[in-house]
Write a protein that binds this ligand. Structure first.
Ligand SMILES: NC(=O)c1ccc[n+]([C@@H]2O[C@H](COP(=O)([O-])OP(=O)(O)OC[C@H]3O[C@@H](n4cnc5c(N)ncnc54)[C@H](OP(=O)(O)O)[C@@H]3O)[C@@H](O)[C@H]2O)c1
Length: 255
């Protein structure tokens, strides 16, 4: 029987204490990995997630660090701390993101730049700081968005930043593969329901707007953070050891 076992592996998840990132941290820890989760603001949420990760995997110490990924000095210092504590990194999940809505011509320059600052330049800061610590065969996973591939009205700067993320990942795969067999892939969620964290969550009970979104997928349901996290788990595991430079939509076959 094949099972996914990340015992002995360790790595970093940005935006790893909340939303989809929290589920990714929990899933990787449940598979046996030690996880360091970066967050920006919410200390209470970070502590709660750290406790959950610790319950999911009691075989090693997990870490959470407050680190605004747009601040290069903070990122450098914090990544060094994680790299030294773990003695190397086997995976890096670039999940933290910022979006800005509204029509492009009505957007001010700050609103336009923010998604680029976090999604592109922030990811660059983390990748650059983490590179010296990446172990042979490490896996980098970028979390993108359907908006980075398909034009979506009102998501111009977010979508353009995610398109840049897709290209960054493809180039990194070419650059890092030959050196230490590092793989780089993109997971691109569609509309993702994060309420599956709720203990009362019932996937059979959707609101009208959720039903409408579900009807645009081939599988006729909303995606959940579990769907995204399980795909990240695959990319972080040896089951995908010959897969790099790929872009995988997790969107239920959006029509
Ligand atoms: N939800 C969806 O339907 C959907 C669809 C397609 C793609 N995605 C992508 O999936 C990923 C996760 O989405 P989500 O909905 O879970 O996002 P979310 O709930 O908005 O959470 C964003 C995370 O990013 C962190 N973050 C934001 N700016 C940061 C910064 N400057 N430095 C450090 N961390 C920062 C936040 O930290 P704090 O908790 O400290 O604020 C938070 O943990 C994102 O890449 C998003 O683009 C989501």
């Amino acid at each position: 029987m094949i099972s996914i076992n990340l015992s002995g592996k360790c790595g970093l998840v940005t935006g790893g204490t909340r939303g989809i990132g929290r589920r990714i941290s929990l899933t990787l820890a449940s598979a046996g990995a030690r996880v360091a989760a970066f967050y920006r603001g919410d200390n209470n949420q970070a502590e709660a997630t750290l406790r959950e990760i610790g319950s999911a995997n009691t075989h090693g110490q997990h870490l959470v660090y407050q680190a605004d990924i747009t601040n290069r000095d903070v990122v450098n210092d914090t990544v060094v701390r994680v790299g030294e504590r773990f003695g190397g990194l086997d995976f890096l999940v670039l999940n933290a993101a910022s979006g800005a809505g509204g029509s492009m011509v009505d957007m001010d320059a700050d609103g336009w730049m923010k998604p680029f600052d976090v999604n592109v330049h922030g990811a660059f800061n983390v990748v650059k700081a983490a590179a010296p610590y990446l172990n042979d065969g490490a896996s980098i996973v970028f979390i993108s968005s359907g908006a980075g591939h398909d034009p979506m009205s009102g998501l111009s700067s977010y979508g353009a930043s995610k398109a840049a993320v897709n290209h960054m990942a493809a180039v990194l795969a070419q650059e890092l593969g030959p050196q230490k067999h590092i793989r780089v892939n993109v997971v691109s969620p569609g509309h993702t329901y994060k309420g599956d964290d709720d203990p009362n969550f019932n996937p059979e009970v959707w609101s009208q707007s959720q039903r409408e979104i579900a009807s645009t997928t081939a599988l006729r349901r909303l995606g959940t953070s579990v769907d995204v996290a399980n795909t990240v788990l695959f990319f972080c595991s040896d089951l995908s050891s010959f897969v790099t430079g790929q872009f995988l939509r997790v969107n239920g076959g959006r029509l």
